[in-house]
Design a protein around this ligand. Structure first.
Ligand SMILES: [Zn+2]
Ligand SMILES: [Zn+2]
Length: 257
């Protein structure tokens, strides 16, 4: 099974998984780069997985379905180009011989879902759209900080070697913020240097892993003493023991960083 990060727009990755015959694509905001990739590798598109309704994630769905007859699955409570199979927490999707579990991750949008699958000969896969980024998390357009904190907690609980396939190359900007929050985090320093090297060669920093994100991503670390201290120094608050308030202040700080 091969995993490709097909670049689109300025910083999106359209994740494509294939077994040399059939392919799955995740969040095709554009059809053209996927059609090219299918042609180049002589692949038949079997399934389109959608995480949420934003245009940069669904813009190419109709054209790809038209061109390939692929099945489309997506979040039950969001507007996805019809027809599609609606999915909810706990549902599974069988594709390319893998069983993807659906995880509800509201926050960035109200109905955002993620897809997780164990792979027979490789580390598990997570397609998390705009919920978890390497070193960061999605903006809260439709959900609350409490929802996003819980959603990220669900993803952080997955096995450490899970390959985290985020929908955007935001890593370097996220890591600049992460270093401002945790200037003493040695794992974060080392990871930043490695990612800067990759980007200098125009290579993706993704997929990341859950273990890596637990070690370096401030949004998965908002209960750590060092992160709480930084947030309090930036925005004093009356109740520093309120996990949601700390997380909300951290997200707010990033918005204006
Ligand atoms: Zn989005
Ligand atoms: Zn996006």
């Amino acid at each position: 099974m091969k995993l490709l990060a097909v670049p689109a727009f300025s910083d999106n990755y359209l994740w494509l998984l294939h077994d040399a015959h059939h392919a799955i694509v995740v969040d095709p905001g554009q059809a053209a780069p996927i059609l090219e990739c299918l042609q180049e590798h002589r692949l038949a598109l079997q399934t389109i997985l959608v995480t949420h309704h934003h245009a940069d994630h669904v813009g190419g769905v109709a054209q790809l379905r038209e061109a390939t007859g692929a099945r489309v699955v997506g979040p039950a409570t969001e507007r996805i180009p019809e027809p599609f199979e609606p999915l909810r927490q706990g549902d599974t999707v069988d594709a390319l011989g893998l069983h993807f579990s659906v995880i509800d991750v509201p926050g960035h949008t109200a109905g955002h879902i993620a897809y997780y699958a164990e792979c027979p000969d490789a580390a598990p896969l997570l397609f998390c759209g705009d919920t978890l980024f390497s070193g960061g998390c999605g903006r809260l357009f439709e959900g609350t900080p409490a929802q996003m904190l819980a959603s990220l907690g669900r993803l952080a609980a997955l096995p450490g070697d899970t390959r985290v396939c985020c929908a955007h190359e935001y890593t370097l900007a996220n890591l600049r913020f992460a270093r401002a929050v945790e200037p003493e985090n040695a794992a974060l320093q080392a990871y930043s240097a490695a990612c800067e090297k990759l980007r200098a060669q125009d290579l993706p920093t993704l997929p990341s892993t859950i273990a890596k994100e637990r070690a370096i991503n401030p949004f998965l670390r908002s209960r750590e003493r060092a992160v709480i201290a930084s947030v309090l120094a930036h925005a004093p608050m009356t109740n520093p023991h309120d996990e949601v308030a700390v997380f909300a202040a951290l997200r707010e700080w990033k918005n204006t960083f």
